[in-house]
Structures are given as C-alpha cells and as structure tokens.
Write a protein that binds this ligand. Structure first.
Ligand code: PHE
Length: 458
C-alpha cells in the first residue's frame, strides 16, 4: 500500500461535538474553549500558538494533535469522584495495599499517590523508562501530543522514576491515561491505571541470609558473571529474580482474591510478555464465561530504570500496571466503557453507597437498540489513517458512537484510487436514537470527511 505524506494536521474539534438532541433542528456549534479551529479551505486544524490547559500555557507545534473532546477530560479525575465505580475500586486498592505494614517505618508499606497531573514530558513517558527513541509507542498515531516534548501520559509508568527519586520504595500511582485507540465497548481514549512498584535491598529480599555454617550475606542480588537470557537481566542473580517474581505474583494474586471473592473459582494465568521497562515480563489474565481477559502487565524492573532513578547497584524491584475500567467492568458487570463517563443518575445512583467493599451488580437501565451505518469513501490525496477517522467520528458523534471498524479497504486500478469503508455503530446509553438523528450525525461525519480528508463519498 502506498502511504502518501499527510499534508493536514490532525484531529478535529470540540466545537463540532455532540450538538445533537432528538429535537434538534439545526446543528449549533459551541465555541471551542481551547481556541482550536478548523479551516475548511485549508482542510486543516488550526491550533492557537499556545494552549491553555488548567491555567498553564503550552506552546503548540507540528506535533500538536490533542482536541477539545480529550482536553475536557483532564481534571475530571473519575477515580476521586465520590460514589463513582472507579472511586470505589480506588478505595478497595487503597484498603488492600494499606494492609501491608512496614514495622521499621511504623507505617503502611505502600504510599498511594492519586493526584499527579496527566500532562507529562516525553522524557517521563518514554525515555526515563528506557523506551527506545524509535519505539512505535511514541508515534502521533498512538498518543495525544500537546507539543513535541509534552503529551498526555499514555501510562502511569511515566511517574515511576520521579516517585522512586522522591524516596519511595513501595507505592501505587493511580490516574487517568490517554491513548488514541480503536473505538469499541471496551476501549475509550481516556482510561485509568494503577501502577504498583516495590523495591528490595539485599536484607529485605534475603531475610536471614546465612548458610548452614552461619556465613552472612550468602545470597546476592547482583553477580559479576550474570548474562541476560529469557529468565533474567544481565547482572541479576537467578535467586534474586525468582524471589522478586514470587513476591510480585503473590501480591497480584492476593489482590485479585480480595477484589473477586469468588477468585478461587476463576481460572487465571500468567502469560509471558515484553515491555521495554521490565524483564522478565508477564501479563495476568482471568477467565470469565470462557473468555480470557488481560488485567495487567508486570515484571522485574529494568535495572537501568532504577539507575535513572538515582539508585546504585543495591536494589531490585517489581512493577505492575493495571487498568481500572477493565477490572470495574468485570467486578460490577458494567457492559460498556462509556458508562464510566455518564452523568446519568440511573447509572451513578447504583454506586451511591459509602462502603466501597459492597458487592453490587450493575443493572442496565434499559437496553437501547444499535444502529449500523456504513461509510464508503474514495480517498483524496492521502489515505486516511484510521486513528484520524476515529478521532473525527468521536469528535462529531461524541458518546453516541459505540464502535467504528474499518471493514473494507482496496485499490481500484481503473479509478487509480484507494477506497475505505468504515462501519459506524451508533447507540445511546440512555435513549433510543431516531433514524433522522443518526442520519444527521452520519451526514455531518460525511461532510467533515470531505472537508478534512478531501474524500469522495461512494
Ligand atoms: N505501562 C504498561 C502499560 O500501560 C503496564 C506495565 C506497567 C507493565 C509496569 C509492566 C510494568 O501497558
């Protein structure tokens, strides 16, 4: 496939988002609070020279690809909103991890940080945790950049190094993370993660570290002849790695036993994985109704991450990162990730209780029908990147969009043009949509596609 150089900037705007109500006759545009404009003649998003986000100014540049829909999520902190399901889950994580006690500090072992702003540097999000300069996870297609060196964090791992530097050796870090992703009932461009980290020195790892003759310091974390292989990093001894692995896996299985009291009857498994900041690495999955769900990624922290945090060769540690929505959806039976952003009292009232350990099952208020509309287009000068299309659809259709799938793509030699067909599935969380209403949104998506991407609707 020939990929032509894009000549337009990215994603469109909040001011064309979600103006539709059943009784709307015209589509009114709200002014964009971030002053992001769309120029239909240049077919480009025009960013102001600086974006003001939470009273801080950020210069924009050719990397800028945030939009108002995404920026408006900053500061909402669903995990801190009383009676929100993510608030209850955060409380349960807090309660669970506060049980671990540090007798030397006379305080809980894990510090819990849940209020770090989601605007981070590329240094924090990537470099500090050894993500290589050419790694795919850095692309504009996958992230929301404010400018070349500033982005909305794509994971809570962005704070590992800062928190260790600040002196912590065991912590959870909870917050909202942002990724340009597919649209479906389990993916949303903003979700929440909980990072967990625990470090060990020799004394903490090898308690009673003597051999039968009473020689002290018998076991070591680091050895001079240790090579990197599938089981460990260079420098680490296998016995140290195995103990940290056991601690990590016990911590995680204990957590899930607490969160899912019927965990004994749930099947779970560790799957080998790869992350640039851990080795070895695993994903933890549980089986529900015959389907496996990935709940988290984890592993032994890369030693260079600890070095970046200012530690010398005396510590080893584990880290995990789990997705809160995924767990809350399973825990409460919430069928669609968009519900977490709902202000509908029918949803929120089901979580209005003080005791976060209460076991509740979400009862759908009612089930509204889906409406499926396909959109086929001949490409203009450029081939649309599906993530740009997703952003455009989300910006216009807002939360009426349940799913967007690229269902067909081909090149016509006769026409000398590329074609793409997307299936857009509309469904409201709180009402039955009328045909007219959906057609209006669909037509608006079509006309913005023509304007922004120069396509011809087939
Ligand atoms: N940051 C990883 C992600 O978002 C998860 C992870 C965290 C994996 C810590 C390993 C260690 O996918």
């Amino acid at each position: 496939m020939i990929v032509l150089k894009r000549f337009y900037t990215r994603s469109i705007l909040r001011h064309i988002r979600y103006p539709y109500r059943t009784n709307a006759t015209t589509t009114q545009r709200k002014p964009d609070p971030f002053n992001i404009e769309y120029d239909p003649i240049k077919q480009a998003v025009i960013y102001p020279s600086e974006l003001i986000i939470q009273n801080k100014k950020y210069p924009t540049d050719s990397w800028t690809n945030v939009n108002g829909h995404i920026l408006s999520r900053i500061g909402q902190n669903l995990h801190q909103q009383k009676n929100h399901p993510l608030y209850h889950l955060t409380n349960r994580l807090r309660q669970h991890f506060y049980q671990y006690y540090d007798p030397r500090k006379l305080s809980p072992k894990f510090s819990i940080i849940d209020d770090l702003r989601p605007i981070v540097t590329t240094e924090q999000n990537f470099d500090s945790i050894c993500i290589p300069a050419d790694h795919v996870s850095r692309t504009k297609t996958m992230n929301y950049y404010i400018n070349k060196s500033t982005l909305l964090r794509a994971h809570t791992s962005a704070h590992q190094v800062d928190l260790i530097r600040s002196g912590l050796n065991a912590f959870l870090c909870i917050g909202d993370v942002y990724r340009r992703d597919s649209i479906d009932p389990t993916h949303y461009p903003v979700f929440h993660q909980c990072e967990g980290v625990q470090l060990f020195n020799k004394e903490e790892l090898f308690i009673e570290n003597r051999n039968v003759r009473g020689d002290k310091d018998y076991l070591q974390i680091f050895g001079s002849n240790e090579h990197r292989d599938a089981t460990k990093q260079e420098g680490h001894t296998l016995e140290a790695v195995k103990l940290v692995e056991a601690s990590l896996k016990k911590t995680i299985t204990d957590l899930f036993k607490n969160l899912f009291p019927n965990a004994a009857t749930l099947n779970s498994r560790w799957v080998d994985a790869t992350f640039p900041f851990t080795h070895p690495s695993w994903e933890y999955e549980i089986e529900i109704d015959g389907k496996w769900y990935e709940l988290l990624g984890c592993g032994i922290m890369e030693h260079s991450v600890l070095e970046n945090s200012g530690l010398s060769k005396d510590h080893i540690g584990w880290a995990f990162g789990l997705g809160l929505e995924r767990i809350a959806m399973i825990m409460y039976g919430i069928p669609d990730i968009r519900l977490f952003w709902s202000n509908d009292s029918g949803f929120l009232s089901q979580f209005a209780f003080d005791d976060s350990t209460r076991a509740v099952r979400y009862k759908p208020i009612s089930v509204y029908p889906q409406c499926i509309n396909d959109l086929s287009m001949w490409m203009g000068k450029t081939i649309i990147d599906p993530s740009d299309f997703h952003d455009l659809v989300r910006a216009i259709g807002g939360d009426l969009i349940e799913q967007v799938v690229l269902i067909d793509e081909f090149y016509s030699a006769k026409k000398q043009r590329h074609s793409q067909t997307y299936r857009i599935i509309y469904r409201s969380m709180d009402r039955t949509l009328t045909k007219e209403e959906i057609n209006m949104v669909h037509k608006d998506i079509e006309s913005h596609c023509k304007q922004q991407f120069g396509v011809e609707i087939r």
